[in-house]
Ligand binder design. Structure first.
Ligand SMILES: Nc1ncnc2c1ncn2[C@@H]1O[C@H](COP(=O)(O)OP(=O)(O)OP(=O)(O)O)[C@@H](O)[C@H]1O
Length: 145
């Protein structure tokens, strides 16, 4: 039995236009996990952002920054990852619509999505330097450099 058939025979209310609807909360998490795994496996930039983000949060914990600073860093790191995921989603939808053809609107959509990732990454560098730079400098000086 295909998923579509299974769905149509279930007691779940149908949603017009959807091929497959998450029937349970667990299924929703599972689909979200699939998206994260796909982005991690296929998007080099997403892997870089995850690596740098974990490094930044590790550094913040090591420097024992304030809880407010840690919260701002988590928000910033998370925002970059979210932008990368949205960028990946937009690229997939654009490719689905135009397939292998060149289209100016496809270019604009992809370029703007990439621009959004770039801005979030630049902002996160500024936030990271502002919040981690001074305590890192103090720590280095305390070593007698
Ligand atoms: N169908 C299209 N029509 C017009 N321009 C396109 C099209 N597909 C891609 N482009 C152009 O090529 C660029 C790169 O597109 P591509 O799909 O390869 O993204 P990418 O390099 O994988 O992006 P990212 O590194 O953010 O994942 C786009 O930003 C856009 O300028």
């Amino acid at each position: 039995m295909t998923n579509r058939t299974a769905h149509s025979r279930s007691k779940q209310p149908t949603r017009q236009g959807s091929w497959l609807v998450a029937a349970t909360l667990l299924a929703s998490f599972s689909y979200a996990g699939s998206g994260l795994r796909y982005a991690f496996a296929t998007q080099r930039n997403f892997r870089i952002h995850v690596g740098v983000g974990l490094g930044v949060l590790g550094l913040a914990l090591w420097l024992q920054v304030s809880l407010t600073a840690l919260a701002i860093l988590m928000l910033t790191v998370g925002a970059v990852m979210v932008m990368e995921l949205v960028n990946t989603a937009i690229e997939a939808v654009v490719d689905l619509v135009v397939e292998q053809t060149y289209h100016d609107l496809a270019r604009i959509a992809k370029d703007c999505a990439a621009g959004a990732v770039l801005i979030s990454a630049l902002v996160s560098v500024g936030v990271g330097l502002s919040l981690l730079g001074p305590p890192l400098w103090e720590r280095v000086q305390s070593w007698g450099f």
